[in-house]
Design a protein around this ligand. Sequence first.
Ligand code: AMP
Length: 231
Amino acid sequence: MSAPRIVLLGPPGAGKGTQADRLADLYGVPHIATGDILRDNVRAGTALGEKAQQFMEAGELVPDDLVTDMLRDRLADGDARAGFLLDGFPRTVPQAQSLERILDDLDRRLHGVILFEIDDREIIQRITGRRVCDTCAAIFNADDERRQCGRHDDLTVDECEGTLFQRADDTEKVVRNRLEVYERETAPLVDFYRQRGLLRSVDAEGPVDEVTARTTDAVDGLVTAPAGDVP
Ligand code: AMP
């Protein structure tokens, strides 16, 4: 099976980042999260970070051209040549059209799009309880009560000693705005990709391992489907 080239689509808090981390390990492809790249830029105080910060803190989208240029550069990196898991991009129809052009230029095509389905009440609970590692971006739940990351303990690399923090845009007020922005700007991508025969839905509620199993089934189905086959 070839390395997957997949978009993970779904509202904030649907578990895209958690699942993408797991799938990246399973399939050996990079997890490319535009939100993580933007947060790194904000933290490093780059020109892009300065332009993006106010939009992010308000739960609004960063302008398409900034994010699209950033993604074009990232997809040109060698590690993304064979495959990738895109998390948080595209978020608007113009971004999806840009992605088609970027991949065309690189002579590649998308295998498909996984839509994570979850209801709004569960989302708000999940997001307001989310904590993120400031070093490796791993995602935890506040119930866990730990302050340090400690990830990678099952891998050969050292444990991560990053500190967990709550994202500035993970408060209830900002989350509600992010959900409205999702419905207005991002939900139209469901039809965009369905019309192209590229969309598969996954139930994103329930234990993480079960969601991973459903997601890998969907990814395998998309990667092995003949081009143009409607799932
Ligand atoms: P995320 O980590 O995916 O929830 O993204 C956090 C924030 O980064 C979003 O609320 C936006 O402000 C910004 N962002 C991330 N990806 C994009 C994108 N593809 N287009 C516009 N803004 C984005």
